[in-house]
Design a protein around this ligand. Structure first.
Ligand SMILES: Cc1cc2nc3c(=O)[nH]c(=O)nc-3n(C[C@H](O)[C@H](O)[C@H](O)COP(=O)(O)OP(=O)(O)OC[C@H]3O[C@@H](n4cnc5c(N)ncnc54)[C@H](O)[C@@H]3O)c2cc1C
Length: 490
């Protein structure tokens, strides 16, 4: 909060995705007098988050369809903006995922979450791994922990601990489905630090899981995590607003005074207001406008490549560091079908496809089985992911080619017959940051360098987390850092 009697601070936030909106909202909370301007290049708020409610009976997410409560920040924000009671959980009956093995869908072993088995019997009985693969996985208990503290790729971590087969057939598709990434480049410390910590603390992930479960059993029954019995991911921690992710955007927008948001305002450049006088504010140039407004504070909440470009003339070194964060693209095919069009009905949330299967899709989500109200009675909403870091060329194919590929894959994998009621493609070119090995070091350098710019803060999905809770946290932390406040939300 600025000293009493001082003039309200003028703050520009560039980028109206969830990160920029969270920054604007947090700033209003901690400095209600601030004159905030949220500059968004497109004609809508929300950035990547887009819910299509235009088809009667269908609710179609074009990108994110949920957030996790493993980190508190998204849930915390939902409470503060009054939509906590609109959040729905995933359907308990279908909390499992499948993985493709030799063209067939096989359930991910119960209790196997991303890379670590919470229960051994389902691993013993799964047809996904050979006897040799299972023995190697169980051997993880005895594999010595890596002690040097250096980052490594996700592939190297998993192959080292669980063996090549568990990586190729289980972990690569589960992680690849989330990050649309190349696990040979992905940093394990930046993407799954909980498993690195488990290795450090317990020496083994299996040992760590067992000890954690044992301490869970000693807690009162309502404290035991029910999601341990799900497979593939911790589905009990996933939530979404009943009316779709766009609701989060709408509720946040409703909390901001109308004069805060400026749509169709693409920022072309930023520069310090006084070159000789550090801290005298920022001049922002907006495309097509001759008047260049001045602000006291600046928050850059745009995607990494945009922030890098905007900073080139301000601080070339910072711009270069941010530019090192690579992005990959993917496309999401969304199709509506009747349930009876599937010859092999699925009782799960979806399936993931290992790269070794050499198919042309990354993953398929049975979106309407995850959350209620996504498809009319008797129908199914499917979302099929295509492209990613391993097959970038597929994401850029024309719609008709994507349609041909997706329908052919679904005919083979789940026995789809006939034509879908609708088929659409959402394209996300270069929209998924790839946290490669060394990412955390890079982010530390970015943060150190950014801290030298007065009245300036960075946020967004390029730095400390791609998921919605992390984006919210980064936006809120950016707002707080401008007001010199420690983050009290954690
Ligand atoms: C297909 C897909 C599925 C996903 N699924 C999930 C999921 O299920 N759960 C989850 O937690 N996360 C998911 N994510 C990740 C998550 O949705 C994103 O990381 C997050 O929404 C990014 O928010 P952001 O505000 O940082 O960036 P963005 O949403 O990219 O927002 C940046 C904004 O900046 C604007 N902008 C760009 N340039 C300028 C400029 N020059 N001037 C002004 N404005 C500018 C853009 O128009 C945009 O609105 C998914 C992402 C994708 C692509």
């Amino acid at each position: 909060m600025p000293p009493p009697g001082s003039l309200p601070r003028r703050v520009a936030i560039i980028g109206g995705g969830i990160s920029g909106m969270a920054a604007a909202h947090r700033l209003r909370e901690i400095d209600p007098a601030a004159e905030i301007t949220l500059l968004e290049a497109s004609d809508r708020l929300g950035g990547v988050l887009q819910t299509d409610r235009s088809r009667a009976g269908w609710l179609i997410e074009r990108s994110a369809d949920m957030f996790t409560t493993r980190e508190p920040w998204a849930m915390n924000l939902c409470r503060r903006i009054g939509i906590a009671d609109e959040l729905v959980e995933t359907d308990q009956r279908f909390r499992r995922a499948y993985v493709v093995r030799r063209g067939r869908l096989v359930p991910v072993p119960d209790g196997f979450t991303l890379m670590s088995p919470a229960r051994l019997w389902p691993i013993v009985t799964t047809p996904l791994l050979s006897l040799r693969g299972k023995l190697r996985l169980a051997w993880e208990y005895f594999v010595a922990a890596k002690k040097d503290g250096a980052d490594e790729s996700l592939e190297s971590f998993v192959v080292r601990r669980f063996g090549r087969q568990a990586f190729d057939r289980l972990v690569q598709p589960l992680i690849g489905g989330i990050y649309t990434a190349d696990p040979a480049k992905l940093s394990v410390q930046a993407t799954l630090p909980q498993f690195v910590e488990m290795e450090r603390k317990y020496g083994s992930l299996i040992r760590g899981m067992r000890l954690q479960q044992a301490s869970g059993r000693r807690k009162p029954p309502n404290r035991v995590d029910p999601t341990e019995i799900s497979s593939g991911a911790r589905y009990g921690l996933f939530l979404a607003p009943q009316s779709g992710m766009q609701r989060l955007v709408e509720a946040l927008a409703a909390r901001l005074p109308p004069e805060v948001v400026r749509l169709n305002a693409r920022v072309e450049s930023v520069r310090p207001a006084g070159l000789t006088e550090p801290g005298s504010g920022w001049i922002v140039q907006i495309q097509g406008e001759s008047f260049e407004p001045r602000f006291d504070d600046l928050i850059l909440a745009a995607p990494g490549p945009v922030s890098s470009r905007l900073l080139t003339s301000v601080d070339p070194q910072l711009a270069e560091l941010i530019g090192r964060v690579e992005y990959a693209g993917c496309s999401v095919a969304m199709l509506g079908i009747r349930r009876d069009q599937l010859a092999k009905p699925l009782a799960g949330f979806g399936f993931v496809v290992p790269a070794i299967e050499r198919r042309q899709i990354i993953a398929g989500s049975l979106a309407s089985m995850k959350f209620p109200g996504r498809a009319p009675e008797g129908k199914l909403l499917l979302r099929i992911f295509i492209g990613g870091a391993l097959q970038p060329e597929l994401a850029t194919l024309p719609d008709e080619d994507i349609r041909r590929i997706v329908l052919a894959e679904l005919r083979e994998l789940v026995g789809l017959s006939g034509e879908p009621e609708f088929f659409e493609v959402a394209r996300w070119p270069s929209m998924m940051p790839q946290y490669h090995v060394g990412h955390l070091d890079l982010v530390r350098q970015i943060e150190e360098r950014a801290a030298t710019l007065p009245n300036f803060a960075l946020c967004g999905n390029a730095y400390r987390g791609v998921g919605i809770p992390f984006c919210i946290h980064s936006g809120e932390a950016a707002a707080e850092s401008l007001r010199g406040q420690p983050n009290k939300l954690v």
